[in-house]
Design a protein. Structure first.
Length: 465
């Protein structure tokens, strides 16, 4: 159950957009990034669980131990990231609902999605939430795989994609974006809280070790689910977008491209999976932020507590005005990236400082046996990736003024995390897009895609790549 909650963090709209761009550009040749980055994510999460088992203290306690100023820093960061992270998911839910129900305004659709999430958490039964997320995750995986199979992608190429390789120009930006998604700074916060909800803790060392071995499989599954879900998305993009050089601007674009190849039902299945992924990710952002705030203020770590419901309500209230005013998502991305640029290295370095201290006892680093040595190596890899992701995001924000100005004009490539103005778009009167190699109008197929359910038509043209 807790692993499914972790999977909800991994599988959001940003992750789906990254996987679709990987498939559209390189097919399956970047599938290897999921197991490489998955090891780093697993190690980060494992460090926080080891700290909880060794000390019996919550994740926020390690920041308080490092320096009291970290409490203020984490307080501001938790609020901003939880609000912005969940807002992007409610916005995606609104887009999908508006696609199914064209007369439903985006603002109302997003508010209804957020309201449903709030009512779910208000029930205050953690075991019920876990079971629901297990069922939802299964439905999400089934939706994406069924949609991809209808497009008849080249599945055999997926095996070769598991081998680390250089797929072509532009892969580093996608790798960095995927690292920022997989090495989620809030993963280390939410899982120990799920152990506290279930009272999974022991006072003797043997009991602690048994619990650690058990939960490693649980959150290992949660991390593995990211790659399991990414595979059909990459496959669908490789089948319907890559042959035409089309780079989807967002996940809903991929659903549009699926219909002429795989049929309308395939498109509906993909949109269903997209809605489920966005909604569960929004719930997870709220839960992670609420647990962290309860921890900061030394309040009971319980979903059924009154402070938990109050925090969720305080997250819901500003979400509705944000949806109503329709703020430019680029501004949200800039603020969100700025906070995460500092969060990644801070959390990684604090974890490194904490797990190497003598008071960790049995759970401290050890280089005497192969098992603990391998674990320490994975920890070091996780720290390096965390610092790298934070540095690259900070460098992109501070040392690329042209990128910032392009972002404010509205040209943003969500998959690569880079801001750019595609050449020739303004001259040809095209909307925002991420370009494949240039091509002429003569090369473009002119088959129209009729979407009666969506009440619109689009042209699949190579010039719209």
């Amino acid at each position: 159950g807790g692993g499914s909650l972790i999977a909800a963090f991994f599988i959001g709209t940003g992750d789906i957009s990254i996987a679709s761009n990987m498939g559209a550009k390189f097919g399956f040749r970047m599938l290897w990034t999921y197991w490489v980055l998955g090891i780093a994510a697993w190690a980060l999460l494992d460090m926080s669980v080891r700290y909880f088992m060794a000390r019996g203290r919550t994740p926020m306690s390690m920041f308080k131990e490092a320096h009291p100023a970290f409490s203020i820093y984490m307080f501001v960061t938790v609020i901003v990231c939880s609000l912005l992270g969940s807002y992007s998911q409610w916005n995606a839910c609104a887009m999908v609902l508006s696609a199914f129900f064209p007369r439903l305004p985006l603002e109302i659709a997003g508010a209804l999605s957020a309201l449903a999430a709030m009512l779910l958490v208000f029930q205050g039964v953690f075991s019920r939430l876990e079971k629901l997320f297990v069922v939802i995750l299964g439905a999400l995986i089934a939706s994406f795989y069924a949609s991809a199979f209808m497009a008849a992608p080249p599945w055999r190429e997926a095996v070769a994609g598991l081998i680390p390789q250089n797929p072509g120009p532009g892969w580093r930006q996608l790798f960095m974006a995927n690292a920022g998604s997989m090495i989620n700074a809030w993963l280390i916060l939410i899982y120990p809280y799920t152990l506290m909800e279930k009272n999974w803790y022991s006072s003797d060392i043997r009991g602690k070790v048994n619990i650690l071995h058990r939960v490693r499989l649980d959150y290992g599954w949660g991390i593995l689910a990211a790659g399991v879900v990414a595979l059909p998305i990459m496959a669908a993009a490789a089948a319907v977008a890559k042959p035409f050089g089309i780079i989807p601007r967002n996940p809903t674009d991929l659903s549009l491209l699926l219909e002429p190849v795989a049929g309308r039902f395939s498109s509906y299945l993909f949109l269903t999976g997209l809605f489920v992924a966005a909604w569960t990710s929004g719930v997870a952002w709220w839960l992670g932020g609420a647990y962290a705030l309860l921890d900061i203020f030394n309040l009971p770590i319980q979903m059924k507590s009154r402070p938990m419901r109050l925090i969720i309500l305080l997250f819901f209230v500003p979400s509705v005005p944000l949806l109503m005013i329709r703020i430019n998502p680029v501004y949200q991305i800039l603020v969100f990236a700025a906070f995460l640029a500092f969060v990644f290295p801070v959390i990684g370095l604090v974890l490194l400082w904490r797990v190497t201290r003598p008071d960790m006892g049995y759970f401290r680093w050890s280089f005497r046996k192969p098992g603990p040595l391998l674990m320490a190596t994975a920890d070091i890899l996780a720290i390096i990736v965390s610092v790298y992701v934070g540095w690259m995001q900070l460098r992109q924000i501070l040392w690329r003024p042209t990128a910032r100005s392009a972002a404010l004009r509205g040209h943003y490539e969500p998959a690569s995390g880079a801001f750019s103005v595609p050449k020739g778009c303004e001259a040809r009167g095209l909307p925002m897009c991420s370009h494949a190699p240039p091509c002429s109008r003569a090369q473009a197929p002119s088959r129209p895609i009729a979407r009666s359910g969506f009440k619109r038509k689009i042209q699949v043209e190579r010039r719209y790549a």
